[in-house]
Design a protein around this ligand. Structure first.
Ligand code: BGC
Length: 364
């Protein structure tokens, strides 16, 4: 009982401090900038931020950059003018966003890089992220687990080169796939650079960049669709049959899956993804996408808010590791991810409370 009372007192003091910290700093102590409304992932983040902030009684402005680094910088400048003390920013382009981060630092604002790392500047205080290497490794592991024998057809796709995550995801995927490309389990059908590098377990950023340059989707569904079509047009029937596709996120996975599904020479395909988008969960239920990676955005949002509160209180958020941004090692505390397939989709997505079952059909 005594322990409970002590705990409750500590809790009330902490929430008091937190509220005071927000109130003290003025009407808008924290500003949030997200990359675009055109990709469902960032609408998830907006909704989860709103839910968490409303529940906590905070009023925080969320601005979108619409894929434009100049707009992103203007958004940051307008938030600085409004007197924010902490900026939570997911860059559209990791390197271009350095200028916005520098402007915030100059104004005495703490900069939290959210999900994507801002590169090439020391004006970043903290990085809130998922374990992106584990995301890529989950794709690789899934494909490896489903392949048997030798000579399996592998098609690789990646995110945008302007996004540091695209490199980390690919590095994770390569860690699982490379030994199986080197031993002949897989044959890469759409990247001469990957074939050239297949003997190398660890790739430099430049080498990763070479492969990504060939197989990038730019995080764009249209680009993904066109690339998949071009790859299937270029390849012969012998490079099809059963196919393994490493797709970098759910939106591009659905675009690529729709192309592979209508090729008469593709008999069966396995395809990865990430973000647990509602449309992809439905694809998984229907057997049209094989897996996704759930990155519980509620966790990321809470981590970002906790980090902001720590700064407003004058302390420092928890750190378990660092990520090099080309300039220095940025402190971070990456969160865990979950692989979702048809087998665990109900438990991971619905029973966990992530989405209500009413969003889906055919989920017994
Ligand atoms: C995010 C992914 C997202 C992708 C495209 C990445 O930086 O980590 O969750 O699918 O950007 O927006």
């Amino acid at each position: 009982m005594k322990r409970l009372i002590t705990f409750l007192c500590a809790f009330l003091m902490l929430t008091g401090l937190v509220t005071a910290a927000f109130a003290q700093a003025g009407s808008l102590p924290v500003g949030i900038v997200l990359p675009t409304k055109d990709e469902p992932r960032w609408l998830q983040d907006e909704a989860r931020f709103k839910a968490a902030l409303i529940a906590a009684g905070y009023n925080v402005e969320i601005l979108f950059s619409q894929g434009d680094s100049a707009k992103e910088k203007a958004n940051v400048e307008s938030l600085i003018t409004k007197g924010i003390k902490v900026l939570i920013i997911c860059p559209q382009d990791g390197t271009a966003a350095a200028a916005a981060a520098d402007a915030a630092r100059k104004a005495g604002v703490k900069v939290i890089s959210y999900d994507r790392l801002i590169r090439g500047t020391d004006s970043v205080d903290y990085y809130v992220t998922f374990d992106s290497f584990a995301v890529g490794a989950a794709w690789g592991d899934y494909l490896v687990k489903n392949a048997s024998g030798k000579g399996n057809n592998l098609y690789l796709y990646a995110g945008a080169s302007s996004d540091n995550n695209a490199f980390i995801f690919f590095e994770g995927a390569w860690s699982a796939l490379q030994p199986k490309i080197a031993d002949g389990t897989f044959v890469v059908r759409n990247s001469t650079e990957a074939v050239k590098l297949m003997g190398k377990a660890k790739l430099s950023r430049e080498e990763l960049g070479k492969i990504i340059g060939q197989v990038t989707t730019d995080w764009n569904f249209g680009v993904a669709k066109n690339k998949a079509e071009a790859d299937l047009t270029k390849n012969k029937r012998s490079a099809k049959g059963t196919v393994f596709v490493c797709a970098p996120n759910d939106g591009t996975a659905r675009a690529i899956a729709d192309v592979f599904a209508i090729d008469r020479d593709v008999k069966k395909f396995y395809i990865t993804g990430q973000d647990a988008e509602v449309a992809s969960i439905q694809y998984i239920i229907n057997g049209k996408q094989s897996m996704t990676v759930l990155k519980d955005v509620r966790v990321l949002v809470n981590d970002a808010i906790a980090a902001a509160v720590a700064y407003l209180k004058g302390s420092t958020p928890a750190k378990t590791t660092t990520y090099n941004n080309g300039k220095f090692d940025v402190p971070a505390k990456p969160s865990a991810i979950t692989t979702v397939t048809r087998d665990n989709v109900k438990a991971a997505i619905v029973d966990s409370g992530y989405y209500p079952s009413s969003y889906f059909s055919g989920l017994e």
